[in-house]
Every structure is written in C-alpha cells, then in structure tokens.
Design a protein around this ligand. Structure first.
Ligand SMILES: *Cc1c(COP(=O)(O)O)cnc(C)c1O
Length: 390
C-alpha cells in the first residue's frame, strides 16, 4: 500500500463530500422493476432506471437467459476470432440488423465498448469526426481514441454550426457526423432529418447512438430513426442492450456488411476482449422478440409519460419538454437537486439528482424516467411524494 497515494485519494474524496457531490451507491436486493427493495431505503418506486419497457424482470427474458447459460455455459474463455464464436451471437446480430433495418450488426459487451471500438477503427489519417457537444461520454472518449482524425465539436443541435464544421472538413475522407438520438440529460431528440440531409449534402457518414431511443421512440420502438421516418437513411447506428432491451448489458454497432466486417477485423475490443456473455445474448434476443410481439408496450410507455408529465405540471413543476421517456425537472443548484432526491427517497421514490459537472452549472436537475411497467397507482404515489417537495 502506497500511503502517500492513498492519502491523496482520500483528500479528493473529502473534497467531493465537502462539495456535496459525493455519490453513495444504493443496494437493491430484488430484480429491477417499478418497485424494488433497497437496503438503505426500504421499498421504493424507481423513476431513475432505463428499464423503459419493464423487460428486465420479464419472464421470457429471464427464462431465455437461464436456458442460454445451460446450453452454452459461462463463455468461451477467449475472444471471438481466436476461439470461435457462439451461434447465438450471429443469431442476435442478424436479429438486431433486421430490427433496425441495416445490413448487419456486431455486438460488444456494452455500448461504451461499441463506441470506443468504432471511431478509431474506421478513422485514420485524413479523416474527420464531427460530434454534438452534448453527446454521451462514450462517444467523446471513442472519438478521442481516433487520434489521427481531425476532430470537431458542434454546438448542441445547432445545424448552422454543424454545416460550418462540415465545410471546414471538406477534403477529408471519411467525414463522420455523430449524435445521440435522445439526449439523456434533457430527453430531447437530435434533429435527425436536418443532420441526415447535411450529411448527404457533404458526403458525410451519419452515426446515431440511439441508446435511449431504442424501445422508446417510433411506433414499434425501433427508435429515433423510426420516429422521424428515416429508416435506411442513417449510415451507422450504435446502441445498448442494457436499457430498454432487457437491461443486462451489451451494445452493438449496426450498419453495412463492409463496416461490420472491418470491425471484426480491426476493432480493438473485438480483438482483445471477450464477447457478450451467451446468457445475455439469449435474453437480449428474447427481449427484441418480446418487443416485436408486443408493440403495445411502447404505447403504454408513451401513455405513462403523458400521465406523469401532466401530474407534475398540475403540481406546479415545469418539466423540460420532449417526446422521450426522460422527464427532467431543472432545479438550479446541485445541492438543491441532491436534497430533493434525498427527500424523495425518504418518501419512497428513487430519482437521481444531477448537477455540475454532469450538467452545466446552475442547471442541476432531478431526472425522472418512466417505464411501461409502472402502474397508475405507482405513478400517483410517486406524484404524492413530489407534492411534498413544493
Ligand atoms: C447509456 C448509454 C451508453 C452506454 O451504454 P452501455 O451499454 O451501458 O455501455 C452509450 N451511449 C449512450 C447515448 C447512452 O445513453
């Protein structure tokens, strides 16, 4: 133990505690569901999970995972190209591609991995990557790894700025433009019709990370691209299996056959890291099948979002507008957001407060996320807890 190093770490932790931004982990002893048991707070209603469709404790999804574990065991104990790849990975990847309307897809152990495995693989010398300033941290880090590429950030959803950055990148090849489909701190959507049109105009490759859109947006839950009627018009889609689609873990890149083949050849997380566990691949496949067979889940989620928004508004809160299942309430100071979420937890509702540096100073918020699995009674009880905040 290096005690000087440990003392330094401890003083950083003390500073976080003094600033009121220290994160406490809460321990759940039951499956993720609209109501869970928490060691620290007892039984609580969850409004902070990405379990948008309630599939994380869905019987078919659990059963498929158990069968997968029996059939395939724990894993191959190696990476895919060295030691073989389970047929279930191919089945899942074909299913994701069909689901999203792309030629092919490739799974990773997380969308974080997918994003960090994508950009550096396809962007060498002479290329350019243009990224929305509010993109997810995994995109930011993934783009950083493409260190040979010319990199630019455009102002959030500012199409004039995106066009200026595209003009500045003229002559580069390829030029990639990347955006979140749903921005997770605001619940707002990327301006995909404009982004796709600008990409076409400048010969750029469009990339949408739809982690918060899959299972939520569009008539059948295929995401933000379906919502805008752009199926087939976006070049590359990345996403997670760890949110609406079963909630365990896993991510993917979906796009053309050539793109997927290059990623198999050269993407570093594919070459040097194990595949998604087979049990997770099996339950993710079951989650997609379940969503396809039950599009009414998406309608139920949308009805719940409308009901909860209306309830909050009636209580005098002003949630940010937006069509996704993320409903944030701006409260200002980070300490206020944390105090509010602590009070809600004592009232039996689990919602996380976000402050600086996750969101800009002065725009701290409590972010609620709805699920199709929430009952009206649960939403009413949650609203009653919000009422005590006024
Ligand atoms: C949640 C999220 C990720 C990370 O997904 P994991 O599969 O948990 O790594 C990546 N991108 C976006 C936009 C996300 O919202």
């Amino acid at each position: 133990m290096n005690s000087a190093f440990d003392t330094q770490l401890q003083s950083e932790l003390d500073a976080l505690k003094a600033a009121g931004t220290y994160k406490h982990l809460r321990h759940i002893t039951t499956p993720m569901a609209p109501e869970v048991h928490m060691e620290e707070a007892g039984d609580v209603i969850v409004l902070s999970s990405n379990n948008y469709l309630g599939l994380s404790d869905q019987a078919e999804v659990i059963e498929a995972g158990i069968e997968g574990l029996r059939k395939y065991g724990a894993g191959t104990a190696s990476v895919r190209f060295i030691c073989g790849t389970f047929d279930i990975h191919r089945t899942l990847e074909e299913r994701i591609a069909t689901f999203l309307g792309t030629q092919a897809s490739l799974t990773y152990v997380s969308c974080w991995n997918a994003n960090t495995g994508l950009f550096a693989t396809v962007c060498g010398e002479g290329s350019a990557i243009i990224s929305d300033e509010l993109n997810h941290a995994s995109i930011i880090d993934g783009v950083r790894l493409a260190s040979k590429s010319k990199r630019a950030v455009y102002k959030h959803s500012d199409m004039a700025d995106l066009e200026a950055k595209l003009k500045a990148a003229e002559g580069c090849a390829p030029i990639l433009v990347v955006t979140d489909g749903v921005f997770s701190m605001e619940g707002s959507l990327a301006k995909l019709p404009e982004i796709v049109a600008l990409c076409k105009k400048y010969g750029a490759v469009s990339i949408v990370d739809d982690s918060h859109g899959t299972g939520v947006m569009g008539k059948t839950g295929r995401g933000t691209i379906e919502h805008f009627g752009l199926t087939g018009d976006v070049d590359i889609i990345t996403g997670t299996l760890g949110k609406a689609l079963g909630g365990a873990a896993g991510g993917f890149v979906a796009g053309s056959h050539a793109l997927i083949d290059i990623l198999i050849q050269r993407s570093r997380p594919q070459l040097f890291s194990n595949a998604l566990p087979a049990t997770v691949a099996c339950s993710s496949l079951a989650a997609i099948d379940y969503l396809d067979a039950h599009p009414e889940l998406v309608d139920r989620l949308r009805a719940n979002v409308a009901y909860f928004r209306e309830g909050l508004t009636r209580l005098g809160f002003k949630p940010l507008d937006g069509p996704s299942a993320i409903v944030p309430i701006i409260v200002g100071e980070t300490a206020t957001a944390i105090a509010m979420s602590d009070k809600l937890l004592r009232g039996g509702v689990f919602v996380t407060g976000f402050g600086f540096p996750v969101v800009p100073e002065g725009t701290a918020r409590i972010r609620t996320q709805l699920s199709a699995a929430l009952t009206k009674d649960e939403m009413d009880r949650a609203l009653a807890a919000f009422e005590t905040l006024r």
